[in-house]
Design a protein around this ligand. Structure first.
Ligand code: IPE
Ligand code: IPE
Ligand code: MG
Length: 260
């Protein structure tokens, strides 16, 4: 499967974020690769490869849709607990994907960044991540953030630690610590919080994903396993989102401007 590069590029330029019924930031837990492989009587590795192809398609679809930022959970801080062979395979797949996809993503104006504790990865992998970020940093199409060795609790603790160091060094007054300041120290601080969260694979849990960021995100769960997730399935999630009334604590009437 390959990108239809010309179409991807043209439509990516047409992106506009004026429509309030469309999310500008989508965060996805891509789950169900292993079960998908099992259904076909194949090894889990087969599911991860198929999942990778879906990821490629969904990045392309998001670039074509009116989506500014896409954040994907690729490997959690807890996924190290998996059998060594599976972890190794995921690392190989990750490295190969970085080598094969970055230039195409770059041609399509996608900006890539990684979030998570990357020092745990092999140096080769860390270098490829840096290279991908550097290579695409000036792009202003879709912002693709990939969460690797990421945990929401780690993110919050890491922010607290940075703030504590600044307070110790006299760079900030502890009294000035508030939600805004804290937000500036967690991952994805350059982006609006996710509007829409999607989890495939049937589980209705957050699995230590963006704990800080999902406070007011619309949550969409589907039983579809990640390798079967498609443009059409993404469309269903976007339709679900379009039907939500986001109140952020206010009343429905206030939001509709009737009784503000
Ligand atoms: C998601 O699919 C991929 C990663 C966690 C890396 P899973 O591998 O968790 O698939 P299931 O949940 O076992 O089906
Ligand atoms: C969450 O899926 C992590 C990723 C998709 C990368 P898991 O499959 O690891 O989550 P649990 O273990 O079912 O909660
Ligand atoms: Mg899973």
């Amino acid at each position: 499967m390959h990108y239809n590069e010309a179409r991807f590029l043209t439509e990516n330029r047409r992106v506009s974020s004026t429509d309030q019924n469309r999310p500008s930031h989508v965060a996805i837990i891509m789950d169900g690769n292993g079960r998908w492989a099992k259904q076909q009587g194949k090894a889990r590795a087969f599911g991860h490869q198929a999942g990778f192809r879906t990821t490629r398609d969904i990045v392309e679809a998001c670039a074509r849709q009116q989506i500014e930022a896409l954040t994907l959970f690729a490997f959690s801080s807890e996924n190290w607990k998996r059998p060594e062979a599976e972890v190794g395979l995921l690392m190989d797949l990750f490295l190969r994907a970085l080598k094969s996809e970055v230039s195409k993503l770059n041609e399509n104006n996608v900006r890539i960044q990684f979030i998570g504790e990357r020092s745990a990865f092999a140096e080769k992998l860390q270098n490829e991540m840096l290279r991908a970020e550097e290579h695409t940093k000036d792009n202003d199409g879709l912002s693709l953030s990939i969460a690797v060795n990421y945990g929401g609790r780690w993110d919050i603790v890491n922010a607290a630690k940075q703030i504590a160091y600044k307070a110790r060094d006299g760079e900030l007054d502890p009294e000035s610590i508030d939600v805004d300041l804290f937000s500036q120290h967690v991952s994805l601080s350059d982006f609006k919080e996710p509007d829409l969260f999607i989890r495939t694979g049937g589980e209705k849990r957050i699995s230590n994903y963006l704990l800080w960021h999902l406070a007011y995100t619309e949550l969409y769960f589907t039983d579809v396993l990640w390798p079967d997730f498609s443009d059409t399935e993404l469309g269903h999630a976007l339709e679900f989102y379009a039907g939500r009334q986001r109140r952020f604590g206010r009343t429905g009437e206030q939001v509709q401007g009737k009784n503000a």
